[in-house]
Design a protein. Structure first.
Length: 381
């Protein structure tokens, strides 16, 4: 049975509301929607009535239809989130920002971009948003200068720009990597390599320092494989090709585990190892940091430093901007280790075995194939 056109229109408008397209609170008028969808006034009225009946929109005192939860049809703050178009709508960080906007009666708008220099990024920074969250992996000097000019309104996800006065919305303190290293050490891992391919991190990757301290603390060794992807190449694709090269050159021979700085990189590593017949976790462990939902959905699921519920942290940011609990001196928003019991710091997946003490079970061998590549671009400290 065909779905009535007014129901189809209502669904389109509902999805736009959920994505924050109508960030000012009010929906377009009937003439604009009639022209956009090529439908009659009566069909638009039916669609709007369905949205009202379903509680997706409300009629304000002035007769205009708007998004509920915005007192008087005016949002307390206009919030945007600039992120790559590949980020899923159910991404944990996106969902937390959008949920906090709803909780505090603010508008929310997604601003997806295709590449870091996309015009939409610069245009959004010129608009009158009260708060702009952004996740941009590679910042050039022009964009950084623009962000610095709006430092009071912008919040960086993951990339620490606090030295420029820009707030950072992060997850758990990276010192939690030490707990992951202890977890691997207790299972018999003695050589734990470090792999970083994300273009947005500084050189060296800040997580490398924690890894290096943990190696010394637990008497382990490890190699650094720091070879950054160049956009638009993805982290997973670059990690796959880098791992392929390392295996062909025999550079992973003797490694018990690899710590990858992102779950996307870990997925690429696991895929490449499988292509060479190297088993995870039987032959080598692969671990990472954050993004527990994606880590859990991978095959094998990936052991990671866990990311707690983000709502308490994002609420503090919104309450600062709303003046509920202003904290002008606080720039870095992250969870500290003492806030959680040790067992909550890790999400243990299938990518780590229970015991690596039996060295005979490991086999990272140089497979037959073409001559080894030169290794140019890989930093091995």
């Amino acid at each position: 049975m065909a779905i009535p056109k007014y129901v189809q229109i209502a669904e389109v408008l509902r999805r736009r509301i959920e994505h924050g397209d109508y960030f000012a609170g009010a929906l377009p008028g009937a003439p604009k929607l009639m022209q956009e969808f090529g439908i009659s006034y009566m069909t638009i009225r039916q669609a709007m009535q369905k949205l009202i009946d379903d509680g997706d929109v409300v009629r304000a005192a002035n007769g205009r239809l708007g998004v509920p939860g915005v007192p008087g049809g005016t949002p307390r703050l206009q919030v945007a989130y600039i992120h790559h178009s590949a980020i899923a709508l159910n991404d944990k960080w996106r969902s937390a920002i959008a949920a906090a906007a709803r909780k505090y009666g603010c508008s929310y708008q997604d601003v997806p971009f295709c590449y870091c220099d996309d015009a939409v990024v610069y245009e959004t920074l010129d608009k009158e948003f009260d708060v702009i969250f952004f996740q941009i992996s590679a910042l050039n000097q022009l964009l950084l200068d623009k962000l610095r000019r709006r430092k009071e309104q912008v919040v960086s996800l993951f990339t620490d720009l606090t030295r420029f006065g820009i707030r950072c919305f992060d997850g758990i303190n990276i010192e939690a990597i030490s707990h992951l290293m202890n977890f691997l050490h207790r299972r018999g891992c003695r050589r734990i390599d470090f792999l970083s391919v994300e273009p947005g991190f500084s050189y060296p990757n800040p997580r490398q320092a924690v890894w290096e301290r943990a190696l010394k603390q637990y008497g382990c060794t490890g190699e650094v494989w720091d070879d950054r992807a160049v956009p638009p190449e993805t982290s997973i694709a670059h990690a796959l090709s880098l791992t392929d090269r390392l295996v062909r050159e025999g550079k992973l021979e003797g490694a018990d585990a690899i710590f990858c700085t992102s779950v996307e990189a870990a997925r690429g590593v696991i895929r490449s190892l499988a292509d060479h017949g190297i088993r995870v976790p039987e032959d080598i462990a692969v671990t990472s940091f954050g993004n527990p939902e994606l880590a859990r959905s991978n095959t094998p699921s990936i052991t990671v430093v866990n990311t707690p519920d983000l709502m308490p942290l994002i609420s503090r940011i919104f309450e600062h901007y709303l003046g509920i609990n202003p904290a002008p001196e606080r720039l870095h928003y992250r969870f500290e280790l003492e806030e959680f019991p040790p067992e909550a710091l890790l999400q243990v997946g299938e990518s780590t075995a229970s015991d690596y003490h039996e060295t005979g079970r490991r086999r990272i061998l140089l497979p037959p194939g073409p001559p080894a590549l030169s290794g140019e671009g890989t930093y091995n400290h």
